[in-house]
Design a protein around this ligand. Sequence first.
Ligand code: SAH
Length: 265
Amino acid sequence: MSIKDGKLYIVGIGPGHPDLMTVAAQQAILKSEYVIGNTTYLDQIEPLLPGRKVITSSMGEEIARARHALELASRGKTVSIISGGDAGVYGMAGIVLEIAEKDGAGADAKMDVEVDADTRIQVIPGVTAANSAASILGSPITSDFATISLSDLLTPWEDIEKRIAGAAASDFVIVLYNPKSRNRNTNFGRCIEIVRRYRSGSVPVGLVKNAFRDVERAVVTTLERALDYDDFVDMHTTAIIGNSESRIWGERIITPRGYHRKYDY
Ligand code: SAH
């Protein structure tokens, strides 16, 4: 498979509000003859869809979706495949590039050749859920942070537990993606219990549900009280656990960058 004449954009559309989609993401979609994505994300970019051929696909069909996009591009089409947030963060960029690598498509996108506007597979960055949730909470990720997905669909749970413990032990701020789903109701609770072994109960925790969507909700609480909000946390929630220096200011979380160690202010 070669996509010599076609073009494939892998587009991150941000958290859900059009204002938080980049201009580059909009331009890529508007330049595309085909737009491929799941219905949740396509609904979020509806105003950009008229005039384009829209291919909807379901959650769990990522491999078929990626292959379909590559096939269209290989037939000379300009195609956008859509991810929420950033396509490289638990999104479509990985699987599309893996399949392209396997099938030998789009080899000109490799980094040992100059990557320019002509690169045939192009990842367009987007505003991540971590960035979106953090902005609503204040400045919780202003120091080093680790993101961990609690979804054990594609990663063994033992590995996830090791990463939680490692991040907690090294005092990273921790951003949790996929804290729950219909079949994985206990992962968030198990994660909080692990972090509690390493961190004081007074450490701030922010929970942001549906950031920058109509039904946005946010809670600021502490590690020892986080599980009081277990029912609030769902698959549309990003949770941020502060580090040992994070503090609550009103309804916000501040993680100091470290200026206080060097300056008087
Ligand atoms: N590529 C996406 C992440 C996809 S994984 C990104 O860069 O943001 C899906 C998880 O992202 C969800 O389970 C949730 O934890 C988080 N998420 C995505 N959109 C969100 C939003 N608008 N508000 C809060 N969390 C969100």
